[in-house]
Design a protein around this ligand. Structure first.
Ligand SMILES: Nc1ncnc2c1ncn2[C@@H]1O[C@H](COP(=O)(O)OP(=O)(O)O)[C@@H](O)[C@H]1O
Ligand SMILES: [Mg+2]
Length: 262
């Protein structure tokens, strides 16, 4: 049985036609964002989702997190239907999204205000390389440090699954590489499976066991690629370069066949 399983027939956002002059203002428009997506995540697996900006990656991740139950389909965690957020699934977004008025330690242990296990917070601080910074405020941190706090916060509830939405894209190349390694090793020590959304095909190849390529309008899986390479993987290796190029070609073909837009 898969750890996490999504069968999605369709996801659409209902927006209101205020900017469209051909349609009366306030007419609801149903825009299909995602269509016919079957996704399975095995225990211990690292799955990457790649696709062009706007193709629906964040929408899909929010659905997988149980944060958006408004879709046609079925989401299951260990076989049980999921209709809302759960402590078994942690999420890391592109921006750290920390509470500025809480200390680093309080942010990590916030857990929807449910309590604060300080020994566990201290261990997580240690694991993400921030020992001694528990009493700091978010504004005192660098971008990389703030994202480490966000990772520790996501691990606080000991989730089975960690979902990451372009978590490294706002960071410089060096910091990004350090955090990529950190997330992989943390997932392994904590036994969490990962779903990593990225537009960086090299990152997908370096970190994941399997890559799903999403096409746009509506978002759907157009290609699945296994990454049967042992860790540690390096950018310089020919096998990594081959798979990266293969993914790039897939994305370029999608781009060529897409309707021209503004
Ligand atoms: N809350 C929302 N309401 C209406 N449309 C949305 C909403 N969120 C995203 N969209 C639209 O859905 C599409 C997919 O967005 P998103 O999932 O953020 O894509 P990605 O993460 O791949 O860039 C985009 O066209 C975006 O404008
Ligand atoms: Mg996004």
């Amino acid at each position: 049985m898969s750890l996490l399983q999504l069968r999605l027939a369709r996801k659409q956002y209902t927006t209101t036609a205020t900017a469209m002059t051909t349609i009366a203002a306030d007419t609801p428009i149903a825009a299909p964002v995602l269509s016919s997506i079957e996704l399975q995540l095995a225990a211990g697996e690292v799955l990457a989702l790649v696709g062009a900006s706007g193709c629906g990656k964040s929408t899909l991740l929010r659905i997988l997190a149980g944060l958006d139950p408004d879709f046609e389909g079925d989401l299951r965690l260990e076989g049980r239907s999921l209709h809302g957020p759960t402590r078994d699934i942690g999420v890391v977004f592109q921006e750290p999204r920390l509470f500025p008025w809480l200390t680093v330690a309080e942010n990590i242990g916030f857990d929807l205000g449910q309590g604060h296990d300080s020994a566990w917070v201290a261990q997580l601080l240690d694991e993400v390389g921030l020992r001694g910074l528990g009493q700091a405020l978010p504004k005192q941190l660098s971008g990389g440090q703030a994202q480490r706090v966000a990772i520790a916060r996501a691990l606080y509830t000991r989730p089975r699954v960690l979902l990451l939405d372009e978590p490294f894209s706002a960071l410089d190349a060096f910091t990004r590489q350090r955090l990529q390694d950190l997330v992989l090793s943390l997932a392994r020590t904590h036994g969490s499976s990962l779903v990593l959304v990225t537009h960086d095909v090299e990152e997908a190849v370096l970190l994941s066991d399997r890559v799903l390529v999403l096409g746009a309008a509506p978002g759907r899986v157009v290609r699945e690629l296994a990454v049967p390479l042992r860790h540690p993987r390096t950018r310089a290796s020919a096998a990594v370069a081959d798979l990266r190029n293969e993914l790039l070609r897939t994305l370029e073909r999608l781009d060529d066949s897409a309707p021209v837009s503004g």
